[in-house]
Design a protein. Structure first.
Length: 255
């Protein structure tokens, strides 16, 4: 390498180090005002995709409704502000949060190690993992599951947990539901949200309380907004202690 090129390379390397160091110092020096901004604005802005009933949906009056809608309003009340709910397609919800369109997002949001650098996640407020929706013994011992679903991907684990049953694959949930209606299936292995809906529609079926696999739902903020993240976590803890989360489950996800 020529002396000129070496000097250019050295200067570039030094510039990178200076920029990185300046960025780290700025992060240390600048206070986290994510929580302070919320009461100043008087509102907690939360993004969601209203296409996942019963968590978020547009009701017959054209208004946002559902488990998460009620939960956001309860969290905002805990923070002493109003809630502003912004509808957005789920495919763009994380990008919109990253660029500051919202304070937080909710709705089928699960903690992910791959996203932990960019986003922060509260402790889970609901587990939508796999459960067994089951009927009486006169239906036999066959449990259905959907091909390609989480149940299929965790089949070896399920066979150990449900060793007394025959696990039978189905092409889609419609066929599984038909088997329950016709009583040709003892039950199904399905996510907790769908199980709750089916248990309400089909008499004689109950949901076993144990989650066979986890699928935690959380509220997400930007990773740097640690003050706001802690405040939302603390609000969730208070709501859980007061029985408010259990009341929301009973309202929107009765078993």
């Amino acid at each position: 390498m020529s002396a000129v090129r070496w000097r250019i390379a050295l200067a570039s390397a030094v510039a990178v180090v200076v920029l990185v160091t300046a960025g780290l110092l700025r992060q240390r020096i600048e206070p986290d005002r994510s929580l302070a901004k919320v009461p100043q604005a008087g509102v907690l802005v939360v993004g969601l995709d209203p296409s996942y009933p019963p968590f978020e949906v547009v009701n017959g009056q054209g208004e946002l409704d559902g488990f998460d809608v009620d939960l956001v309003r309860a969290i905002a009340q805990q923070l002493g502000v109003k809630a502003s709910l912004v509808s957005i397609d789920f495919g763009g919800i994380f990008d919109a949060l990253e660029v500051g369109k919202f304070d937080a997002i909710i709705g089928g949001v699960s903690p992910s190690p791959d996203q932990s650098i960019t986003f922060g996640f509260t402790k889970p407020y609901y587990d939508a993992g796999l459960v067994v929706l089951i009927g009486t013994t006169d239906r036999g011992q066959v449990l259905g599951y959907e091909s390609g679903s989480d149940a299929d991907l965790n089949l070896d684990t399920l066979r150990q947990s449900l060793s007394g049953f025959e696990l039978r694959p189905f092409d889609d949930q419609d066929r599984m539901r038909a088997g329950l209606e016709q009583k040709t299936l003892r039950g199904v292995v399905i996510d907790a949200v769908t199980a709750s809906a089916w248990a309400g529609d089909l008499p004689g079926l109950v949901i076993r309380p144990q989650r066979l696999t986890p699928d935690p739902f959380s509220v997400a903020t930007r990773a740097g907004d640690q003050a706001l993240l802690r405040a939302i976590d603390q609000a969730l803890e208070r709501l859980q202690a007061a029985g408010s989360l259990a009341a929301l489950e009973q309202k929107w996800l009765p078993e």
